[in-house]
Design a protein around this ligand. Structure first.
Ligand SMILES: CC(C)(COP(=O)(O)OP(=O)(O)OC[C@H]1O[C@@H](n2cnc3c(N)ncnc32)[C@H](O)[C@@H]1OP(=O)(O)O)[C@@H](O)C(=O)NCCC(=O)NCCS
Length: 134
């Protein structure tokens, strides 16, 4: 079950981060995220994700599953897109490592289109910029 994330969820989200990312956030970084009034974070047993809603644009900041391929990314993305629409956003933007095939497949499944590339953005690796009109 997906629900809004609160401060008490930080340890579980940090566990997910360590499983999912080479450079996981620390407790202070995640706590600061939850304090931002333009941020919307959601969590479930197997992962968490968050966006920033700034004027007409939502930006995907995090989406991560501890154990992949259990539908978690899909459920989180549904919640995040709903929150972006509720906030009045008209589009969602994200950036993803070119080599991150699972994430790119998830975004494509949700109708995100590749609109640009930032050359060498991730320690020399390209970042693909993707957009979905809401
Ligand atoms: C990207 C990520 C969040 C996907 O979460 P997930 O829970 O595995 O996603 P789901 O089980 O809901 O799968 C949704 C879709 O993603 C795609 N997908 C997921 N894993 C995939 C893989 N290994 N290879 C290809 N496509 C994959 C598929 O299109 C899948 O749809 P399908 O099951 O109908 O084929 C997960 O792989 C993850 O946490 N990765 C590490 C963190 C990360 O890179 N986050 C994104 C950058 S911020």
């Amino acid at each position: 079950m997906i629900r809004k994330m609160i401060a008490a969820d930080i340890p579980a989200a940090l566990d997910t981060d360590r499983a999912a990312f080479e450079r996981p956030w620390d407790e202070a970084e995640l706590a600061a995220e939850l304090q931002k009034d333009y941020a919307r974070y959601f969590i479930c047993d197997n992962g968490y994700g968050g966006i920033w809603c700034i004027y007409e644009t939502a930006e995907l900041i995090r989406i991560a599953a501890r154990e992949p391929r259990r539908g978690t990314g899909t459920a989180l993305m549904d919640a995040l897109l709903g929150a972006a629409r509720d906030a009045g956003c008209e589009r969602m933007l994200l950036e993803v490592r070119e080599s991150n095939a699972p994430a790119r497949a998830l975004y494509k499944k949700f109708g995100f289109k590749e609109i640009s590339v930032r050359r060498g953005y991730y320690e020399g690796e390209d970042a693909v910029i993707m957009e979905k009109i809401l």
